[in-house]
Ligand binder design. Structure first.
Ligand code: DGJ
Length: 690
């Protein structure tokens, strides 16, 4: 909404406003990000004294009061170098263009032929604002783009600004941590070519006092699966800006004459309802506006990786499929080890034809068997990679990222294909298309198991563009495969949760959360994951006990109940599960299928009482409570778990028929009836009485 006779605009969502103004120096300044303002209230922002807020694009001036000149010292989300070496931008405001649910501000450099567009997009059912930046070279000489952040968000002044982030590593992804923001710049990101385990491209800012259910929270997420950085800067007066963009220091990309560079979406969200309120708004946004098949629930899948790793025959896969089907699984996924010479991790990556010893008649008999059991069939691929010991690498040793006079570092005996090359991208697309066209494959698990090293592209005079084009070509391949195989569903995996972001989720259906399937560790991983991403995409397998990675022994129910908080799957070696375990597993799978729409599509709220933690999912009249307790302290009874329910309603427990007063559930809590033993857990389904 533009204000008449001013250069002020309010970008409104159902509950919030982001107000910007173009000042007398043609800088776009963020004046407000918070509760929704009326037009009159927004205009009143112009009467406030000069605030420490900084422009949202272009330079960050610190005024020399005596001369009125501006200097660039702090973080700068847009940095270019013109052909003559000039680095500074002097942008003049051209126009604001509205249309297609978006508002774009257009600036042009006062001397050089560069046009800059910063775009804000809103939707009527969400408080998420999507922002992108577009650079257009209207001249003939190339411009070097050193940095083009999609958005710099201006957070209003806070006394004790606090940063929430998701950090981690392989096997310990999405660990939620909250810290006081130091003065200066705090940068998180990835230089690995992929989103990364170390940081997820999301941050939240609050005033240090927000709780799960109350208090203002500002958050942003970057929809990009390559390298990225988010810079949180606290200025001397305590003001905070958050700038998010693709690329990393020190790479730059060339913008040729006539070319346009469009950045990925940086999405921003303000809520007044605490961390769980923010998480739930992100989930709604993902379900309605990011995922390709909104409203669809994910099937219970079985994955063979932990059962067999590389050691299997087609017959082994069939036996696992028999057991998985008997347990109620709906999708059978054959993991790594089915193709080329891939009988261990030393060979075969790149050769996407069935291993002739394991599948002498191709994949057809196994797929027929799986379909005959009433399950869908899925298959693992890692298309961006090659083992040096493969036919592909022998034929095309120049197809991997490499640099002259530098060794090619192998990680897990593999190298990264230069997917930025159009011929390599075409080759990968063709091989996958062939695989999908020649076999009745319903699901692909797309893995990516090593970061870039020696990321060079000899012979290319703009080699840094590989960091951007790799991801763009990955997206293009996924988009094309989806369009040509509309029934296909895709899981994003990168050694567990190394590629989880809104960019990949726009073209995939679920993600592999972590290679750590230990139910106890998973509680924390899942809790961090859920700050941004919905249960509908969070792959969660029940595997063997002791857990293969941590060696922890955890009862079957506990393992199931933790996995039931996401997209339930089974990943254990069912050949060695006892009949009792099989039967109990089948009961729990059936329970999950009943509550699945509520878990996958409902509203999530974290629960905690002493050493009991859990989650509550709500959808319509159904409430599902999943709760876990590792060990009791002394011999104390387990605490009741307070629920987020309507105090004026009554709720019936589906299994027992017992009716509870909402007032008691909300103020005293629910008796979970946990066993006194260690690793106790419960799943309780409640329906609101009419
Ligand atoms: C890493 C994945 O995270 C695992 O689930 C499995 O698919 C292996 N790769 C196979 O190599």
């Amino acid at each position: 909404m533009p204000a008449p006779d001013t250069r002020l605009w309010s970008i409104d969502t159902p509950n919030t406003s982001y107000v910007v103004a173009v000042d007398d120096h043609d800088r776009l300044r963020g004046l407000h990000w918070g509760p929704r303002l009326s037009a009159e209230q927004a205009l009143a922002l112009l009467e406030l004294p000069e605030s420490p807020f900084r422009p949202v694009i272009g330079r960050e001036p610190r005024y020399d009061l005596s001369t009125g000149s501006a200097f660039q010292y702090g973080h700068n989300g847009l940095q270019v170098r013109f052909a003559d070496g000039t680095r500074d931008l002097e942008l003049a405001f051209t126009e604001a263009v509205e249309g297609d649910g978006a508002l774009a501000f257009v600036f042009t450099d006062r001397h050089y032929p560069l046009e800059v567009r910063t775009r804000y997009r809103t939707r009527p059912d969400s408080d998420v604002i999507e922002r992108t930046l577009e650079l257009r070279n209207r001249g003939t000489e190339p411009i070097e783009v050193v940095r083009a952040d999609s958005a710099t968000w201006v957070v209003p002044g806070l006394d004790e600004p606090r940063l929430s982030q998701l950090h981690g590593e392989w096997g310990a992804e999405t660990q939620l941590t909250r810290t006081t923001i130091p003065y200066g710049e705090t940068v998180i990101g990835s230089r690995r070519g992929v989103t990364g385990h170390q940081s997820n491209p999301w941050v939240a800012i609050d005033d240090g006092a927000a709780t799960e259910t109350a208090g203002p929270v500002w958050s942003t997420a970057l929809a990009w699966s390559g390298t990225w950085r988010i810079t949180v800067e606290k200025g001397p007066t305590g003001s905070v800006t958050v700038s998010a963009g693709f690329g990393h220091d020190p790479i730059a990309i060339r913008l040729d004459g006539g070319a346009t560079l469009e950045t990925p979406v940086a999405a921003g969200l303000h809520t007044a309802h605490g961390f769980a309120g923010a998480a739930s708004a992100w989930h709604d946004y993902a379900l309605a506006h990011v995922l390709p098949h909104p409203g669809e629930v994910r099937p219970v899948l079985y994955n063979s990786w932990e059962a067999t790793e590389f050691d299997f025959t087609a017959e082994d896969q069939m036996r696992l499929a028999d057991r998985a089907a008997a347990m109620g699984c709906e999708l059978f996924v054959m993991d790594d080890g089915w193709f080329g010479a891939r009988v261990n991790d030393r060979a075969g990556l790149g050769d996407w034809t069935p291993n002739p010893d394991r599948f002498p008649d191709g994949l057809g008999p196994l797929i027929k068997h799986v379909h005959g059991l009433g399950m869908r069939f899925g298959i693992w691929v890692e298309p961006e990679m090659v083992n040096p010991d493969s036919d592909l690498y022998r034929a095309h040793p120049d197809w991997v990222y490499h640099q002259p006079h530098r060794r090619r570092s192998e990680v897990r005996q593999q190298l990264v294909l230069n997917l930025a090359r159009p011929d390599v991208a075409d080759h990968i697309h063709a091989r996958l298309d062939e695989l999908l066209s020649g076999n009745e494959i319903d699901f692909v698990k797309w893995d990516m198991n090593r970061p870039f090293t020696e990321a060079g592209w000899p012979g290319n005079d703009d080699p840094d563009r590989l960091w951007f084009d790799h991801t763009r070509n990955l997206y293009a391949i996924l988009d094309r495969l989806r369009a040509d195989h509309p029934h296909l569903r895709i899981e994003s995996c990168s050694s567990g949760g190394g590629r989880v972001d809104f960019g990949i989720l726009r073209r995939t259906d679920q993600v592999w959360t972590s290679d750590n399937t230990d139910a106890v560790d998973r509680i924390a991983i899942q809790d961090g994951f859920a700050q941004v991403y919905p249960a509908r995409v969070m792959g969660a397998w029940v595997t063997d006990s002791p857990n293969p990675l941590t060696r922890r022994e955890v009862p079957l129910d506990f393992r199931f109940h933790v996995a039931m908080a996401g997209v339930l799957a089974v990943g254990g070696d069912l050949r060695i599960w006892s009949d009792d375990e099989q039967a109990r597993g089948a009961e729990l799978v059936a329970d999950y299928k009943r509550v699945r729409p509520t878990v996958q599509l409902g509203r999530r709220r974290p629960l905690r009482a002493g050493n009991v933690t859990g989650v509550q999912y709500d959808r319509g009249d159904t409430t599902v409570v999943l709760a876990w307790r590792r060990a009791r302290d002394f011999a104390y009874p387990d605490p009741l778990l307070k629920l987020h329910v309507d105090p004026d309603a009554r709720y019936r427990e589906v299994r027992t028929g017992r009716v509870h007063h909402g007032a008691i559930l909300a103020s005293h809590g629910l008796d979970l009836g946990l066993t006194p033993a260690d690793y106790a857990s419960a799943m309780i389904e409640l329906t609101r009485e009419p």
